[in-house]
Design a protein around this ligand. Structure first.
Ligand code: SF4
Ligand code: SF4
Length: 509
C-alpha cells in the first residue's frame, strides 16, 4: 500500500500505453551510421580520445569525462571506423553542443577484451562509483545526470532509503514497464550495488499500480531480499518526479529548493539500476537503451533495444515506418519530451521514447485569456501558482515569476494540461527559466571579469611596488658605493699626507 499522506496535485492523463506492450522488447540491429553527441548528459561535453580513421571496438572509450566536472564518458556501441569528430549534420535538441563522434559500423560487432572481475558486491563503495563513472552511466529516466556523481554524493550524505523509480507516469511510454517485466533480476542486482555504494538501509521500488505484470516480476526478483520492497503507488502524472515519489513512498516532503537527500532518500530510475548491473556484471558500458516507439502514425508500436547514436529515421523504419505524415515527432513523453524538427537526430542516453503523433493526439487549440478558474493551482504537484508565474513571465518580469516559485517548477506540464484556456503555461516557464539561467551566467561572467580585473590591478600594484623597491635598493647601493669610494679616497689622501709629513720631519732632523 502507498503512503497515506495526501499527494499534492497531478493529473490523470490519458495513458495510451497498451499499444506498445503487446509484444516483447525487440533488439534492433546495427544501423549504417552512428552519431554520438559529446554531450548527451547533464553537464559539460565529454572530451574525444579518438581520431578520424581510427578503428574502434564495441565498448571502447570514445570520449572521456572531464575530471571533477559534471560529465559522462562515451563508448563505441559497436565496432567500426571513426569517420568524423566534430560538427554533426542534425543537431540534437537536448544537446547544447553540436559536436559528435560518427562511427561507420563494420558489421563485425567485435568487443574490446575485458578483465574478469571478482564478485562486484565485494567492491568498496568508492570502487562501485568509479566503475559506474567509467561506464558512462547517466540517469536514464530523463534527467541524464551522471550516476556516479549521485553515488559519490549519496555516500557522503546519510541515505536511508534508495528509491527505485518505476513509476513511468508519462503517457505512451512503456520502456521501463517492459524492462521490469523482462529484466527484473538485473534491476534488483544493480539496485543492490547502488545500495552498497551509498550505504542505504533499504531499497523501495515505487511502481504505478497500472503495471501489474511489472510489479509481479519485480516482487519475484526481490523475494530473497528482506531489505527490498516493491511498492505499488497510485497512477497519477507526474508520479515519476523525485519529490512526488518520495512523498508517496516515505510520506516525507522535500523542502522547497531542497534535495532528496535532505529527507534521507536517493532516487534512481529502474533503467539506471539495470545499466549498473550490466556495467559491473556484464562489463558493458552504457551503449544501448530501451526506447518506446509509439503514436498513431507508427505502423508497429513497440519497445526496442537500440544502440546509442542510431538515427531516429532508421529506428522508425525498423518499426514498420510511418502510416501517415505525423503532426509531431517527440523524443521522450508527450508531457515533457522534446519536439523533433527532423528525424535525422540520433538516439541518446536520455531518449526514453520516440512518438509519431497524429493531429488528434496533440492539442492545437488557440490560447484564450485566463478565466482565473484555479485549475492550474490544483493540478500543480509543487504547490505553485502557475497563473501568477505565467503572468509575470509573460511580462518579462522573471524575478517576479521566481518569487512565485519558478525555481521549484519541474516543467511537468500538469498545469497546461488542465488549463481550459489552453494557455501554454510551460512554454512561459521554460522561457523564464532560460532567461534567468542566462542572467545567472551573465552575472557569473560579470563577477569573474570583476575579480580578474581586481586581480590584475593588485598584480600591477604589486609589480609597481616591487619596481620602486628595487629602484630604491639600487639607489641606496649606488650611494653606499659612492660614499665608500669617497671614504677610501679621503683615507688614501690622509695617508699620503701623513707619509709626506713624516718624510719631511725625518729630513729636517
Ligand atoms: S487553469 Fe488556465 S484559465 Fe484557469 S487559472 Fe490557470 S491559467 Fe487561468
Ligand atoms: S509545470 Fe511547473 S507550475 Fe506547471 S504544474 Fe508542473 S510544476 Fe507546477
Amino acid at each position: 500500500m502507498f503512503n497515506k499522506l495526501k499527494i499534492r496535485g497531478g493529473v490523470h492523463a490519458e495513458e495510451r500505453k497498451e499499444q506498445s506492450t503487446c509484444q516483447p522488447v525487440r533488439k534492433l540491429g546495427i544501423p549504417p551510421l552512428l552519431n554520438l553527441p559529446l554531450r548527451q548528459h547533464a553537464g559539460k561535453p565529454a572530451q574525444p580520445v579518438v581520431k578520424v580513421g581510427q578503428q574502434v571496438k564495441k565498448g571502447e572509450l570514445l570520449a572521456t569525462s572531464t575530471g571533477d566536472d559534471v560529465c559522462a564518458s562515451l563508448h563505441a556501441p559497436t565496432s567500426g571506423t571513426v569517420t568524423a569528430v566534430g560538427e554533426i549534420t542534425a543537431p540534437h535538441p537536448s544537446s547544447l553542443t553540436t559536436q559528435a563522434i560518427t562511427i561507420e559500423p563494420d558489421g563485425l560487432d567485435e568487443s574490446v577484451p575485458v578483465e574478469p572481475l571478482a564478485d562486484p558486491m565485494t567492491l568498496e563503495p568508492g570502487e562501485i562509483a568509479d566503475r559506474v563513472d567509467q561506464a558512462g552511466i547517466v540517469g536514464l529516466g530523463g534527467a541524464t545526470f551522471p550516476a556516479a556523481l549521485k553515488l559519490k554524493s549519496g555516500a557522503r550524505q546519510k541515505i536511508d532509503t534508495l528509491i527505485l523509480n518505476g513509476s513511468e507516469c508519462e503517457p505512451y511510454l512503456t520502456c521501463d514497464d517492459m524492462l521490469m517485466r523482462e529484466r527484473a533480476e538485473g534491476i534488483i542486482s544493480g539496485a543492490r550495488l547502488i545500495q552498497r555504494a551509498v550505504g542505504a538501509r533499504r531499497i523501495v521500488a515505487g511502481i504505478e499500480d497500472n503495471k501489474p505484470e511489472a510489479i509481479a516480476a519485480m516482487q519475484a526478483a526481490a523475494a530473497n531480499y528482506d531489505d527490498v520492497t516493491i511498492q505499488a503507488i497510485p497512477t497519477r502524472y507526474p508520479m515519476g518526479s523525485a519529490k512526488q515519489l518520495i512523498q508517496a513512498i516515505m510520506g516525507k516532503e522535500v523542502p522547497a529548493g531542497g534535495r532528496s537527500s535532505d529527507v534521507g532518500a536517493l532516487v534512481h530510475n529502474v533503467a539506471t539500476a539495470f545499466a549498473v548491473h550490466q556495467a559491473l556484471y556484464e562489463h558493458q558500458p552504457l551503449i544501448s537503451r530501451l526506447v518506446t516507439v509509439s503514436g498513431a502514425c507508427i505502423e508497429a508500436p513497440q519497445n526496442v533495444e537500440v544502440l546509442l547514436g542510431t538515427p531516429v529515421s532508421w529506428l522508425l523504419e525498423q518499426c514498420g515506418g510511418l502510416t501517415e505524415d505525423p503532426a509531431r515527432i517527440v523524443m521522450g513523453g508527450p508531457m515533457m519530451g522534446q519536439i523533433l524538427r527532423t528525424a535525422d537526430v540520433p538516439i541518446t542516453k536520455g531518449a526514453s521514447g520516440i512518438l509519431a503523433l497524429a493531429t488528434p493526439e496533440i492539442s492545437k487549440n488557440e490560447a484564450s485569456p485566463c478565466i482565473r478558474c484555479g485549475s492550474c493551482v490544483s493540478a500543480c504537484p509543487m504547490g505553485l501558482v502557475p497563473l501568477e508565474m505565467a503572468r509575470h513571465a509573460k511580462g518579462d518580469d522573471f524575478d517576479g515569476a521566481k518569487e512565485f516559485g519558478l525555481r521549484d517548477c519541474i516543467l511537468c506540464g500538469s498545469c497546461a494540461y488542465v488549463c481550459p484556456s489552453h494557455i501554454p503555461l510551460v512554454h512561459y516557464f521554460q522561457f523564464a527559466k532560460g532567461e534567468l539561467s542566462a542572467k545567472r551566467v551573465q552575472e557569473r561572467k560579470g563577477e569573474l571579469t570583476k575579480s580578474l580585473s581586481e586581480a590584475r590591478k593588485a598584480r600591477l600594484e604589486r609589480e609597481a611596488e616591487e619596481k620602486a623597491r628595487l629602484k630604491a635598493e639600487k639607489a641606496a647601493k649606488a650611494k653606499a658605493a659612492k660614499e665608500a669610494k669617497a671614504r677610501a679616497k679621503a683615507e688614501k689622501e690622509a695617508k699620503a699626507k701623513q707619509e709626506a709629513e713624516q718624510a719631511s720631519e725625518e729630513s729636517g732632523s
